[in-house]
Design a protein around this ligand. Structure first.
Ligand code: F6P
Length: 550
């Protein structure tokens, strides 16, 4: 596999960057006032305005040639059809199969993938319905009012983010305003589980222990605490059967933990943890919003999958967004991308994207084990607008760094009427639009001086502009649009990974720390002098910790 940075396409982009880097967005819009229409891409219900990018039609043409050089079209097909694109683990990567419509056919490595996916989804839907309708009862005969998902990483961030996003859709059928609340416990910090248990009623709480491997320290520790709490409160070991279900690929470990595998919902090694909440890892979400809404979300995912698989690269939303990521990361030297949802319901979306993108593309060797030559792995971060505006946008507007940003907005609110009539949501959107415009076009010294600003103050007020952003606008935050948004970013990750030639689907970098933490536990907890420690700094910190802890 040739290093893409040595290709003629990469060199052409480098030369093009030198030509265009000095051109401002003001100049680009002056030269082509029709840019906004021309550079808006639609995918499903999402419209992506890419006109405020430091890019022209020629940039996009050169970027798509780079994608061709990297073999992107073939790589997409390879992923969708079940080739082992996760080379370091020799696995297929088939999260797209989790949202195949009913009746689809896909067999991979001898497994009826589509059939198995729908069998699990159907079981999840039946179980969720039993819990939602009150047919499923706790040990003492009470109905379930709270579901607690215990998991971490991909077994937490996806369902937690989506539950927050879709909580307005959680009413129980025929019982407006009545809902099953979902709570999420992830951290091994005892504050997390104790905080949730303090507010839970054991007789009415269902725990969903979610772990692909069922070997994750945090999850198993929290699950044991929850089980002891439940048994202690209800006074009967048998209560576990009515209050614990599991989601995992590892039935043996689920059984060892003491959960009946009849109450286990499975998935497969070809679903990466960070790509898994549209399958069984979404069980807590499905219990909260119901099977029908969950399937609407899956249909949203599938819409973007089809778009990604079939749309020409120049109008393919994940391809363009991914290539623009490479453009800024590798040619402009930008290191981060801000994701700024103008939706309180998407408060956890940046955190969710951090795992999706950074665990996937934070790699420094290529799939064949040779070092990468280009910078990889954009750093994703963000907060919902307008909160971010009053915190870090100062740096976005006037700082010395280039931070491309994705703004996400919706036309129709859910809550406006409840908040006392229309108006608040339009204020929110006005802020989104104002920010993207100010970032792109800024305000010159001459414009500021013309307002009567004293000369000494003018430099402080200059807004340099020329700061790129994508604006993603959708009609409304629904299960379907959420699925579309998530699939969009999943495929952005894929596009970038293909260009950089890395394996976006392993995560070896998280393993060493896990092993070392296990080894360190005895040093922190025993009274004996600590045995061998990994390094002098850690040894000193262990001594200090033990002295402070007493
Ligand atoms: O530590 C990283 C990781 O392996 C993630 O990739 C994964 O989502 C998370 O841990 C949780 O793993 P599991 O679902 O197996 O408990």
């Amino acid at each position: 596999m040739a290093d893409i940075t040595g290709s003629a396409e990469w060199s052409a982009l480098a030369a093009h960057h030198d030509e265009i880097a000095g051109t401002s967005l003001r100049e680009l819009f002056a030269a082509d006032p029709g840019r906004a229409e021309a550079m808006t891409i639609t995918a499903g219900d999402l419209a992506l305005d890419c006109s405020k990018h430091r890019a022209t039609a020629e940039t996009l043409r050169l970027l798509t040639l780079l994608a061709d050089r990297a073999g992107l079209r073939d790589r997409i097909e390879a992923m969708f059809s079940g080739a082992h694109v996760n080379v370091s683990e020799d696995r297929a990567v088939l999260h797209t199969a989790l949202r195949l419509p009913p009746g689809s056919a896909l067999t991979v490595d001898g497994q009826d993938v589509a059939g198995d996916v729908h069998a699990v989804l159907d079981r999840m839907a039946v179980f969720s319905e039993r819990v939602r309708s009150g047919e499923w009862r706790g040990h003492t005969g009470e109905t379930i009012t709270t579901v607690v998902n215990i998991g971490i990483g991909g077994s937490d961030l996806g369902p937690a983010m989506a539950y927050e996003a879709l909580r307005d859709y959680a009413d129980l059928p025929g019982r407006p305003g009545e809902r099953i609340a979902a709570r999420f416990v992830s951290n091994v910090d005892p504050a997390d589980i104790t905080g949730v248990l303090a507010e839970a009623d054991p007789a009415r709480t269902l725990f969903v222990v979610s772990s692909k491997t069922f070997g994750t320290l945090e999850t198993l520790t929290n699950a044991r605490v929850a089980r002891d709490w439940l048994v202690g409160r209800l006074g009967d070991e048998k209560a576990v059967a009515r209050h614990f279900v599991a989601v995992s690929t590892n039935a043996d470990r689920v059984a060892d933990f003491g959960i009946d595998t009849g109450n286990m919902f499975g998935f497969w090694d070809w679903v990466g943890g960070r790509y898994s909440f549209d399958g069984a890892i979404g069980l807590s979400l499905m219990i909260a919003i119901g099977g029908e809404r969950f399937r609407e979300m899956l249909a949203g995912f599938h819409t973007i999958d089809e778009h990604f698989r079939t749309a020409p690269f120049e109008v393919n939303a994940p391809v363009v967004l991914g290539l623009l990521g490479v453009w800024y990361n590798d040619f402009f030297g930008a290191e981060t991308r801000a994701v700024l949802p103008y939706s309180q319901r998407l408060a956890r979306f940046p955190a969710y994207l951090q795992q999706l993108t950074m665990e996937s593309n934070g790699k420094s060797v290529r799939a064949d084990g040779t070092p990468v030559a280009a910078a990889t792995g954009e750093i994703f971060w963000g907060e919902p607008g307008t909160n971010g505006q009053h915190a870090f946008y100062q740096l976005l507007h006037q700082g010395t760094r280039l931070v491309p940003a994705d703004f996400i907005g919706f036309a129709e609110p859910f809550e406006d009427a409840a908040a006392g009539g229309p108006g608040m949501h339009d204020l929110l959107t006005a802020n989104l639009l104002a920010q993207t415009s100010a970032l792109a076009f800024g305000k010159t010294a001459a414009e500021i001086a013309a307002e009567g600003t004293p000369a000494a103050i003018v430099p402080h007020k200059v807004m340099p502009g020329n700061r790129p952003s994508t604006t993603i606008l959708a009609p409304k935050l629904t299960p379907a649009t959420l699925g579309q948004l998530v699939a969009l970013y999943e495929h952005v990750v894929f596009v970038e990974g293909v260009i950089w030639g890395i394996d976006s689907f392993d995560q070896w970098g998280v393993e060493l720390g896990k092993v070392m933490a296990n080894d360190l536990v005895p040093a922190l907890t025993s009274d004996a002098p600590p045995a061998e420690l990994p390094d002098p700094s850690t040894a000193a910190l262990v001594r200090r910790y033990r002295a402070l802890r007493g």
